[in-house]
Ligand binder design. Sequence first.
Ligand code: ADP
Ligand code: MG
Length: 351
Amino acid sequence: TILKEPPKIQRLDDSVVNRIAAGEVIQRPVSAVKELVENSLDAGSSSVNVAVKDGGLKLIQVSDDGHGIRYEDLPILCERYTTSKLSKYEDLLSIKSMGFRGEALASMTYVGHVMVTTITKGQLHGYRASYRDGVMENEPKACAAVKGTQIMVENLFYNMIARRKTLQNSSDDYTKIVDLLSRFAIHHTNVSFSCRKHGASRSDVHSIATSSRMDSIRTVYGLSVARNLIKIEASDNDSSTSLFAMDGFISNSNYVAKKTTMVLFINDRLVECSALKRAIEIVYAATLPKASKPFIYMSIVLPPEHVDVNVHPTKREVSLLNLEVIIEKIQSVVESKLRDSDEARTFQEQT
Ligand code: ADP
Ligand code: MG
């Protein structure tokens, strides 16, 4: 056989590298919303409002009442790897904020057009700046602003034709965005959230700050969910290796749904854990005769050094030390709670 000449290896342009990386952090409109809302939460906001046009492809707008952004930071705000949350690698061990990579805003500027309006405490007016490809386009302009930050992302994926096409053909991300905000709303009960289609007078998620998680679940997911929930708690502090605490709500035997809803926060991060989800589904299928899929809200708190938050750029998954032990413990708590509630129900029906 004849060997071909090897192709020449070239160094990619920064602009190509950045756009490829950005497409990984911001996979779809809902990923941009997640990053923006997490930034608002990191900024200590008590109110976060989202408006979306065309499933997020035309416009995503997130407004908060958080601490705002300093004027002098605006020039580097959307550069890649600029952050106020991390300074050395070791900080990752104890990171409390949801952000830390300094990549989200930058990524949005590589695949969309970003405009930021912000005001910090004690200022008479705010500033507005727009960004493209990591760069601030012109000097920030003074403008009216009340409190906090508003970020607008327009024309997402305008420069990624294939991505835009698949997203336009698939059903709208708006449903995913509403789902995301619903999840944040029932965990962060001290923050009020809203989410609406741009221009609509009615919002599709509207939560008000409350001290009761149950109230917030009722507001966001409705009475049919809220009235069929059981409170659960579990913790493990007898062994020296695995310390964890869990609390939440799970649906009882009266709840009916075709799909599992699992809202999971680990150390206040909204994450997915398919192993845990499957483990709980198994308990439901085995314990309740009626094959309904569960509703689960669960918040797990672990020592920060047991959670690796940096396994994926979207931070959607985290990896945990002692996952098997935690899963077993949770399974047994879920099982006993379900049995108790099912027995109580059967007893009620008989009497
Ligand atoms: P990260 O969140 O990982 O730090 P981002 O690109 O999401 O990176 O944001 C960069 C920085 O911009 C943050 O560290 C924060 O200082 C600032 N910032 C972003 N959004 C907001 C906001 N809504 N309110 C206040 N500061 C913000
Ligand atoms: Mg961030």
